[in-house]
Design a protein. Structure first.
Length: 844
């Protein structure tokens, strides 16, 4: 019995030792505590403005000069007193100097440049005031740049548009924004805002990530989620034009999940309002909610990662070729999941667990993953405003490498850009790569640069790139572009393999033009068209019928696969995996007419992804975003969380890339409280802005068009047709418009196109929105700007309209040949203009 007892004790001891050993082997603490420790805390002050006795428009400091044309994030409204009241959150800084500049929106004209002598210090704040001079006109926007100097940093710049206005509805708007936002968080008060909804049963009712006025009352009030505010909402005035106001509210909330654990969410609300006689009109309300990812066993299982509530149900992610690593970006944080040992690494983030820290939680940046190799090493870029670290207050693009074996993040290079985040976002993520020769390739604005990382020398290898004249493969390793920059008139294509640095030229046959089409893996597709077949209509739309599609299977000397059929021409393609969908036409009686589509299969194709984006539906949070693994994790380890042990920034000065950009001629749409898109064609920009209730500004920051409250009727009267008897009807039309706008007409000569003629204006710009819509014209007409169009086969001037608040009944049309103005019903005029290729031109 004693011997048996001894054996049992020994077996128990061995069992306990095995369990203890297993726990020691499989348990791993995080390598470091908080990301803030390895990067350093934010140090710069923050400025906010006082409008209607409220702290609004929190702006972050830049330690470099920015292009003021694009600094449109907020608008500070100044009352009759002409006093700009602002507060500096010091965060321990001693403010030793405050100065300011006031400039025109394009930055070219300096109106005021002064230093402040007096300010008040209270606790951790500095309160100061600026008295605007008489040079500041009421109702006109300007750029205010506040320049702070501290004991640690000089000339920190803070940007805000300002407008001197007596808009009486501003305070009512702000009251309503605060009331409405708070009401969504309170079940009882939420009933009071129910009347502002415009319920639409066709809208997804099972989503808390994106909510608007068409959603259900349940969605508006957060459904079953018991939400608590963590941070005080920050209000930003986005726009004030006509009787409309646009505002955003940003804050963080928390709610318990099914495991009774708090989870946190970034919230952004957008309002577009107009005050009526007795009530507020809500033209638009949107709420975007995005869960802040926190890796733990509650949201990482053996089959998927639950990313929670998400506003657009999409995510930036990339997998390694061997399927062992999945890297993804959620709410400005880069993560990497090791599927072999069930470990999640928080690779990079500016944010911390202190959600009240407005500097570190500034979201004006983003992360793009460049590559993930089979050892878990990650190349990635961070672009936009740098919240903290070595480049705090700078704006630009950083290329980083995460070394999995060393568990370190190292910055390879930082490139400055004076274009703020929303503009930079349009191109920054398109191309960034470093090859084995230590040469970095990066796309900034419309150019591609190669940078020798040993000498920091840079070369602009391509410029003038825009949609239609260049393509990049998915791996970011091959780029092809038209050497002359023309979309429909390229005589040659340059193809460069970034990995090897080798390149080659594809030259069009004599009398033909070539056009880049895209990549299937590393195989490059381009088309060839006869120059005589290419045509452009009066609205500026080009037909490029390609008689041959060529698929280059590899490098310069590789084989090529060709698609060509008798009397069949390709006008457009769509690439889906290894299949190319072809839109085709055929020639009949010298004209191109539609024919059946076709498809071209380019061999075997697999993206090798070990994860894919999906959604699940839950009772508590409704629709949730997931990243589902292609196989089940079999590691016996419990989920472990790791952090990089070090973030090392590049040494030396930031690189400012040389070369001239050709960004002029672009149009920017601002809608829903942000920069919504950049467009080459004015007609595209106006169409999007009209649909989104937005506005358009040009490349100089000048206001072009806005969907605003217009008068029910408008008319430009007493028009006298200008021009000589020998002038053509077109030239007379151009001269008459210029004369009405107070411009000299002597430079307009016979043979000029409408664009060339209107471009002779010295105090205005020509806007060609041909291909656009008649609905865009009332804005210009209400401002006293006539519009050139083509109707009944001849150029005419639109000089006015009559209608109601919701529609236009008729337009006034000036016939230049007779000098008479007639009234034409909208439906008839619209049909006639479309039949004449929708020509629209104006100066602004």
């Amino acid at each position: 019995m004693k011997a048996l007892l001894t054996k049992l004790i020994v077996l128990l001891a061995v069992f306990l030792l095995v369990i203890a050993g297993y726990m020691i082997i499989t348990y791993e603490k995080p390598e470091t505590p908080e990301a803030s420790v390895i990067m350093g805390e934010a140090t710069l002050p923050v400025v906010n403005f006082k409008v209607c006795s409220r702290a609004v428009n929190y702006v972050h400091g830049y330690t470099m000069d920015m292009n003021v044309s694009f600094m449109r994030d907020c608008l500070t409204v100044v009352g009759d007193s002409g006093i700009v009241d602002f507060t500096i959150q010091r965060y321990g800084n001693n403010i030793v100097g405050i100065a300011y500049e006031i400039r025109s929106l394009d930055g070219e004209r300096l109106i005021e440049d002064e230093e402040l002598e007096d300010w008040t210090v209270t606790d951790n704040e500095v309160n100061a005031k600026i008295k605007l001079s008489s040079l500041i006109k009421s109702g006109e926007e300007y750029m205010l740049i506040i320049k702070l100097s501290t004991e640690r940093e000089t000339n920190i710049r803070y940007y805000s548009r300002i407008i001197k206005s007596t808009e009486n509805d501003l305070e009512k708007h702000m009251d309503f924004v605060e009331f409405f936002s708070a009401a969504t968080l309170d079940d009882e008060t939420a009933q009071q805002i129910n009347k502002y909804r415009e319920y639409d049963a066709t809208v997804n009712q099972n989503n808390l990530g994106y909510v608007d006025i068409y959603c259900s009352q349940d969605q508006l009030a957060w459904g079953n989620l018991q939400v608590e505010q963590v941070t005080k909402p920050v209000m930003t005035i986005k726009e004030m034009y006509s009787v409309f106001g646009e505002y955003t509210m940003e804050y963080v909330v928390r709610a318990t999940n099914d495991y009774d654990t708090y989870q946190y969410y970034n919230v952004t609300e957008y309002f577009r309002l107009r005050q009526g006689i007795s009530e507020m009109y809500v033209y638009s309300y949107e709420r975007a909610v995005n869960q802040i990812f926190d890796a733990n066993s509650q949201n990482i299982s053996t089959t998927r990662i639950n990313l929670g509530i998400d506003s657009d149900l999409s995510i930036e992610y990339l997998t390694s070729a061997n399927g062992s690593y999945v890297s993804f970006v959620k709410e400005n944080a880069l993560w990497c999941m090791n599927l072999k040992n069930n470990k999640a690494i928080s690779v990079f983030t500016f944010t911390t667990d202190n959600f009240t820290e407005v500097r570190e939680n500034n979201r004006n940046h983003d992360i793009n993953i460049i590559s993930v190799d089979n050892r878990g090493n990650i190349m990635f870029i961070v672009y936009g405003y740098m919240n903290r670290g070595e480049h705090e207050g700078k704006n630009g693009i950083s290329i980083y490498k995460y070394d999995a074996s060393e568990n370190e993040v190292k910055e390879i290079i930082f490139v400055e850009s004076d274009k703020e985040y929303s503009i930079l976002k349009e191109t920054a993520g398109r191309l960034a790569y470093i090859n084995e020769k230590n040469i970095a390739y990066i796309m900034l604005e419309d150019s591609i640069y190669s940078i020798n990382l040993e000498s920091n020398e840079s070369v602009q290898i391509a410029k003038g790139l825009d949609d239609g004249n260049f393509v990049i493969n998915d791996a970011n390793t091959i780029v092809a572009w038209h050497e002359n920059g023309l979309v429909y008139g390229a005589e040659s294509i340059r193809v460069i393999n970034i990995e090897t640095g080798s390149d080659y030229i594809i030259t069009a046959p004599e009398g033909d033009y070539v056009r880049v089409l895209g990549f299937v893996g590393n195989d490059f597709a381009y088309g060839i068209a006869h120059s005589g077949d290419i045509s452009e209509d009066e609205a500026g739309y080009t037909t490029f019928p390609m008689y041959k599609l060529v698929m280059k299977l590899g490098g310069e000397n590789s084989d090529a696969s060709v698609y060509t059929k008798e009397n069949i021409y390709i006008t457009d393609i769509e690439i889906i995996n290894n299949m190319i969908m072809l839109t085709r036409v055929k020639k009949e009686d010298g004209k191109f007419v539609e024919t059946s589509d076709d498809r071209y299969i380019n061999g075997d194709y697999s993206d090798g992804a070990s994860a894919e984006v999906g959604t699940i539906s839950t009772t508590l949070k409704k629709t949730e975003l997931t990243l589902t693994f292609s196989y089940t994790i079999t590691s016996p380890n419990k989920i472990r969380i790791g952090y990089p042990g070090k973030v090392e920034f590049s040494v030396g000065e930031s690189i400012a890339l040389g070369g001239n950009s050709t960004e002029t001629g672009k149009y920017y749409v601002y809608a829903r409280g942000r920069m919504y898109g950049r467009y080459e064609r004015a007609s595209d920009a106006l169409r999007v802005a009209n649909n989104m209730y937005g506005l358009v500004v040009d490349w100089d920051g000048k206001f072009v068009w806005g969907r605003i409250m217009r008068p029910n009727q408008s008319s430009i009267s007493d028009i006298v047709v200008r021009g000589e008897e020998t002038d053509s009807q077109l030239i007379k039309t151009v001269k008459t418009l210029l004369y009405i706008m107070g411009e000299d007409t002597s430079a307009v000569v016979e043979g000029m196109t409408p664009v060339e003629g209107l471009s002779t204006a010295k105090n205005a710009k020509c806007l060609d929105f041909s291909g656009g819509e008649l609905a865009n014209c009332p804005y210009f007409l209400s401002k006293g700007c006539p519009v050139i169009t083509k109707y009944d086969g001849k150029y005419v001037l639109l000089t006015g309209y009559t209608g109601t608040i919701s529609s236009i009944d008729s337009y006034q049309v000036l016939d230049i040949e007779t000098g008479k103005t007639s009234t034409v019903r909208t439906s008839k005029l619209e049909k006639g203009i479309i039949e004449n290729n929708s020509i629209f031109l104006v100066v602004y």
